[in-house]
Design a binder for this molecule. Sequence first.
Ligand code: GAR
Length: 226
Amino acid sequence: MITEPAMPGDKLRIGVLASGSGSNLQSIIDRCADGSLAATIAVVISNVPGAGALERARKAGIPTSCIDHKKFADRQAFDREVVAALQIAGVELVVLAGFMRIISDVFLEAYPQQIINIHPALLPAFPGLHVQKKALEYGAKFAGCTVHFVDGGVDTGPIIIQAAVPVLDSDTEATLAAKILKEEHRIYPRAIQLIAEKRLKLVGRRVVVDPPLELAATAQHNPALD
Ligand code: GAR
């Protein structure tokens, strides 16, 4: 966790890692541009040549690096290269945005409690892959997304923020994924802003916002009550 007090005007330097189309990256670019997120994207790194995320970054004038994991003997060697690129760019917070690689100890030791991830499910339910399909098949009445700190497990780190969406009888995997993605684009920039403001404290594995945010603490029901 970042604890040094920020100087007025300082912007958090983030590095975004993405393997896919980069719509979450785009939401972060857009919030930086409109001033609601006080961060600078120092570099965008992808392990997939031709990933849409790289193109989005180039269009926004952000430095990019493509580090193809297939060219490395093992996970640690790949991670060492990625960490080196992040450090050269002066990255303080690593933002995994659809980065489909498991992070090794090399990475965790270089950026302790300074790596966050977004996952398209309400953790701890449905870690791993194809989780919108799993939520639908399971019959969950709410699905959603989670931003969390990354630890040594798969989608197990302390939870920063979640958004819940109702699962409707009419939902397909595609409609559910789209609803969840829309919320991802709202909560990821928000989580980064809370870190930029140094408002997150880890108490055990609970992430506490200080000072707290107002919350309409009303329950939602699906199906609706009478
Ligand atoms: C997002 O739904 C993100 O939550 C998911 O990949 C998608 C990337 O979309 N990440 C994971 O499943 C990580 N386990 P994007 O490239 O359009 O941001």
